[in-house]
Ligand binder design. Structure first.
Ligand code: GLC
Length: 752
């Protein structure tokens, strides 16, 4: 039943209009001027020249320079220095129309200065820091002439067997939306256009196997996997990258529902879509194209404008058009989107890269400070029994042990762009520098190498542990086990790491485990044997100093898990915002939701993270409990630092719709705010949430706000207690056609 609530639509249309006016500014040029210039240029182009704009080629042995100078290349990737970029752009200027090429590169978490990997950044729950990190990455890359990054990755994932979980923001659509928008804004502010990827559903491959197929019902796509991509559109992402995976049987690279219906017709995106690397060729492997010509045809007709490294568009589209199988208007529209983006970025007007610019001037002291600040807030204190941390003044000697203690490149994680080992300050170096300020002796032993197949280094490590007051054990996941094509069927620490850690813990001295890695790992009995455990992710260039700041208590840990941490790989996929079942877990009833050989709960839940201090929450107050569409839900809570150390806390608000026309998640994060409190200080946090954000989609794409109760939970993690409930007084359903008005940045950002 649809109730036309005029207030609802008026409010949303106004919001949207204001929104898109802000979200899509041309780079200093009025929109209509850009369109005129683009159309004037298009009218002068031959079919081959238009198709040339759709062709993206990588630096390397296969690159033919005369393709660039003859206008057969519209974009280049994997150029990472100003000299080569300037040379390639000069070649493009030799073409008949002198159309500049667009230079793209994978810059995910830094260019020369490496910031924490995105999954770690997500643990900071801090859009300001996400913008800062992205802006720094963009400043350094654009200085040497890169104009476009293949980031942010907006793929949510609930399965840490999937190696690329490291590149995303974890399991939650709201956190993912806020941070994806923040990264698009940060990259843009620093001078890089973005290719938000991988559109879409790539983070849910069966078995956690990268590139494998995905089955995600439409309602789940709308409510969970698509929102971060929509946030990217509203934040002004210049382009999107189609995903490798098939979605419900239709490969994303030939999926018109994704690339045209959702992205363009419903969200109003007017940039361009590129394939992923040879993703169009892979349509043959997916079994939906006989040959390259059919693959090219299906991709261009679905809405994929650019062919990355497939060379199928440049080879087959001229004939596909001349044969009438592809209308030339489709080519015109694809070329228009690419030229419009280049025009908006100023490529036709600004000078080309200065070949004298080199990235060896980075990292600057300012960039290092930014990288250290971001890394500090990503570190999650998972447990801290006996208050082993922060390191007390009585500690006079520390053993720093483990294969990742002095691993300057591994602490960058995958996609380290131009990160150099000599720039990186390792955990050992960071701890040693701070310890020496207090005359604390440091002993170092690796325990085993990164592969850790042998424990022959264990005796030396044990000697260091037994001779020291405290052990900092740095173990985890070497960088080459993380990232693309790094799916893992086993999540235990690789090699003999666990055996070595158990032996070190058995020495009976105080010990803290620091995990370096790109995903939650299976820890087995280690949390029982080791009192303090921190997750430091891949902390980047300043990972050592940042971790030392935390370990010595100069900075209070504030990271919160952006995904659920499994006890064992058998629990995956595992996520907090799961649906209820008809048989919720009952302790003494076998025939309810449970395993016979493992607990049903995560080891550490979404939103979890400890502090060296304690935060107390008052009973939250709900300003108005009876609300309708278009209203604002307002919830306030007083938070007090009851401990002796200043620190950040991430105050989180979750909702649940206990009875609806479809099963609704047990909890859904709808807002968070990161606050800083001195010892004894209190702060009143007030959340304002669009009631429109409390609805859900049906499989037909309609959006529903249903009459009835909505429960509210406020606290420091996803286990927060029930704080109260509101009542939606009317049911409003918004058919597919009017969906564009539903969202606004207010829904995605808590720092407006
Ligand atoms: C890769 C990745 C994609 C990356 C692209 C260019 O295969 O899937 O994320 O941006 O190729 O390197």
């Amino acid at each position: 039943m649809m109730v036309q609530s005029t207030g609802f639509f008026a409010f949303l249309r106004l919001g949207l209009a204001a929104f898109f006016a802000v979200a899509f500014p041309a780079a200093g040029q009025p929109q209509e001027e850009v369109e005129k210039r683009v159309n004037d240029l298009l009218r002068t182009m031959t079919l081959e020249e238009k198709i040339g704009q759709l062709n993206m080629v990588s630096n390397g042995a296969l690159l033919r320079w005369d393709d660039i100078s003859s206008g057969r290349v519209g974009a280049l990737l994997n150029f990472n220095n100003a000299q080569d970029i300037a040379r390639a752009q000069a070649a493009a200027r030799q073409s008949r129309l002198k159309i500049p090429v667009l230079f793209g590169l994978d810059i995910l978490h830094g260019f020369r200065t490496q910031f924490p990997i995105p999954l770690g950044e997500a643990a900071a729950f801090n859009p300001r820091l996400s913008r800062l990190a992205s802006e720094w990455a963009a400043r350094e890359a654009s200085y040497i002439g890169v104009q476009w990054t293949f980031a942010p990755m907006a793929d949510l994932s609930r399965d840490s067997r999937w190696g690329r979980i490291v590149e995303g923001f974890g399991e939650d659509p709201y956190l993912g939306s806020v941070l994806t928008a923040a990264r698009v804004e940060g990259f843009s502010k620093g001078g890089l256009a973005t290719a938000t990827k991988h559109f879409a559903g790539y983070g849910a491959p069966q078995g956690g196997r990268d590139y494998d197929t995905t089955y995600i019902p439409p309602a789940e796509m709308y409510d969970t996997y698509l929102p971060p991509f929509r946030a990217a559109v509203e934040a002004g992402s210049v382009s999107f990258m189609a995903a490798f995976n098939a979605l419900n049987g239709v490969p994303s690279t030939a999926n018109a529902w994704l690339q045209t219906d959702v992205l363009r017709k419903r969200w109003g995106f007017d940039g361009f879509v590129t394939s992923d690397w040879a993703g169009i060729n892979e349509l043959i492997g997916h079994g939906i194209a006989e040959d390259g010509a059919e693959a090219a045809r299906k991709a261009i007709l679905a809405g994929v404008d650019m062919d990355m490294m497939g060379e199928l568009y440049i080879r087959y589209l001229p004939e596909e058009v001349r044969s009438g199988r592809v209308p030339e208007s489709v080519i015109d529209e694809a070329a228009r989107r690419i030229l419009r983006s280049k025009m908006r970025l100023g490529l036709f007007d600004r000078p080309d890269a200065d070949p004298k610019h080199v990235d060896s001037i980075f990292p600057s002291a300012e960039a290092r400070q930014a990288a250290r600040e971001v890394a500090q807030e990503t570190i999650v204190l998972l447990q801290n029994r006996n208050k082993v941390l922060p390191i007390s003044g009585s500690v006079r000697s520390i053993a720093v042990v483990g294969p990742l203690a002095d691993a300057p490149l591994d602490q960058f994680g995958p996609h380290g762009a131009r990160g150099h080992a000599q720039d990186s300050v390792s955990i050992l170096q960071g701890v040693r520098a701070k310890a020496e300020q207090s005359g604390i002796q440091i002993r170092h032993a690796i325990g085993c190498d990164l592969v850790c197949h042998s424990s022959d280094q264990l005796p030396a490590a044990l000697e260091a542990v037994k001779s020291s007051d405290l052990t900092i054990a740095v173990f985890g996941e070497p960088a080459d086990l993380s990232g693309e094509a790094a799916s893992r069927a086993h999540l235990a620490l690789n090699g003999k790491q666990e055996e070595i850690l158990r032996a070190l813990a058995a020495a009976g001295k105080p010990i803290a485990l620091v995990i370096i890695g790109g995903r939650p790992l299976e820890l087995g009995t280690l949390p029982d044997q080791i009192p303090s455990v921190l997750m430091a992710w891949y902390p980047g260039t300043e990972g050592g100093p940042a971790l030392a700041d935390i370990l010595f208590g100069d900075v209070n840990p504030s990271g919160k898990l952006p995904l659920s941490w499994p006890r064992s790989v058998g629990q995956l996929p595992l996520y907090y915002n799961r649906l209820p079942t008809g048989r919720p877990t009952l302790e003494n009833n076998r025939f309810t939701l449970k395993y016979v050989d493992e607990a049903i709960t995560p080891l550490y839940p979404f939103g979890w993270g400890l502090s060296y201090t304690q935060f107390a929450y008052s009973r939250p107050e709900i300003t108005k409990t009876h609300l309708k569409a278009g209203d604002i839900l307002e919830v306030s809570v007083q938070v007090t630092n009851e401990g002796s150390q200043k620190g950040h806390e991430v105050v989180q608000l979750y909702t649940r719709d206990p009875v609806a026309s479809r099963s609704r998640p047990l909890r859904e994060l709808k807002a968070f705010e990161k606050i800083f409190l001195e010892p004894g200080q209190s702060k009143r946090v007030t959340f304002q949430i669009l009631v429109n954000a409390l609805g859900f989609h049906q499989d037909d794409g309609s959006y529903w706000l249903e009459k009835g109760a909505i429960q509210i939970f406020v606290g420091g993690n996803s286990l927060a207690d029930l704080s109260g409930e509101i009542f939606l007084e009317e049911t409003v359903t918004v058919p597919l056609g009017e969906q564009r008005a539903i969202s606004s940045m207010k829904v995605y950002r808590n720092d407006l």
